[in-house]
Design a protein around this ligand. Structure first.
Ligand SMILES: Nc1nc2c(ncn2[C@@H]2O[C@H](COP(=O)(O)OP(=O)(O)OP(=O)(O)O)[C@@H](O)[C@H]2O)c(=O)[nH]1
Ligand SMILES: [Mg+2]
Length: 289
């Protein structure tokens, strides 16, 4: 077979793609080096923690346009891009009947979140939902006590798996053991039981800390990906001024973020995630709460 007739392999395409990518990156850098104001705006966002290559690629096409001389417009353009890449899920006016399973690493704020969401759905919305807790945290000594404490204080029952089949509740909140993935099979079985024998929809939320670095966020997400995560919930936004890792993670992974935990107080330190809140916090740093 002549060389030119040989089919191109996947590996060769990959190599070409990487070369083109590298060319684009160095071109973007080069173009920007001739536009001082664009370079300044790139540096502002890199200082805020965003990836330099990503920012350069985004702003390079604006060199030579009327934006090039207008810092305010350049910043606005970048924020607009960030805004379009973030996905948030607003809380529905009427929530569907659901089992909401909360998973994530240890000590991230899962049980507190279950308490906060329980109080929110049972008492703080226009409609009072019938809420129950379920503890799937059977590995950890003391796990049930924390949930029991919230259950008593809020007058929300802790139910057993057998109670699910009665479909009696509007929302069942499931607290799970903080793990590095060793409970995935058990969680998978739990979800199968729920979908096979009850009328509840399943919402599976991965809880992540706003204080984690993007590498760690991705590592945890990769562990839980096997379970078809529906949404992210971030905790500990009060513990950091710099949420650039969280923002980078969210724009790389297209799942929506739904709630944000902004402190230890139950139930008040929980808010519905909005792009305004996230972008304000990202831009204002120490000025924001
Ligand atoms: N500052 C701050 N602390 C929080 C937040 N959410 C939870 N915490 C605290 O983090 C600690 C751990 O919270 P838990 O809810 O027990 O965390 P968990 O994920 O259930 O922990 P394990 O079950 O041990 O994996 C507690 O002291 C909480 O008060 C938050 O948004 N901000
Ligand atoms: Mg817990």
């Amino acid at each position: 077979m002549k060389n030119k007739d040989k089919p191109v392999t996947v590996e060769e395409i990959q190599v070409l793609r990487n070369e083109i990518l590298l060319m684009h990156e160095s071109l973007a850098k080069d173009v920007i080096s001739h536009a001082p104001l664009v370079k300044k705006v790139v540096d502002i966002f890199v200082d805020k923690g965003l990836d330099r290559k990503w920012v350069e690629k985004l702003l390079a096409p604006l060199v030579g346009s009327s934006f090039e001389e207008d810092e305010v417009m350049l910043v606005a353009y970048l924020l607009e891009e960030l805004d379009s890449l973030l996905t948030v899920n607003e809380e529905a006016k009427k929530l569907d009947k659901r089992v909401h399973i909360i998973v994530g690493g240890t000590g991230i704020g899962k049980t507190s979140l279950v308490g906060k969401l329980g109080a929110r759905y049972a008492y703080l919305l226009d409609k009072a939902y019938k809420v129950a807790f379920f503890n799937f945290d059977h590995h950890k000594v003391g796990a049930i006590e924390q949930l029991e404490h919230y259950a008593d204080a809020m007058d929300i029952p802790i139910i057993s798996l057998e109670d699910f089949v009665d479909n009696e509740y509007d929302i069942i909140l499931v607290d799970t053991a903080g793990s590095t993935g060793d409970n995935l099979d058990e969680l998978d079985s739990l979800m199968k039981i729920i979908s096979d024998s009850t009328l509840y929809n399943i919402e599976l939320s991965l809880v992540l800390s706003a204080t984690s670095r993007v590498k760690d966020l991705n590592r945890i997400y990769n562990i839980y990906k096997a379970l078809e995560i529906n949404s992210f919930i971030f905790t500990k936004l009060d513990e950091t001024y710099d949420i650039s890792d969280m923002i980078t993670f969210l724009i790389e992974n297209e799942k929506p973020v739904t709630y944000l935990s902004i402190g230890q107080e139950i139930p008040e330190d929980l808010i519905v995630a909005t792009k305004e809140y996230l972008l304000n916090k990202f831009m204002n740093e120490e000025d924001s709460e």
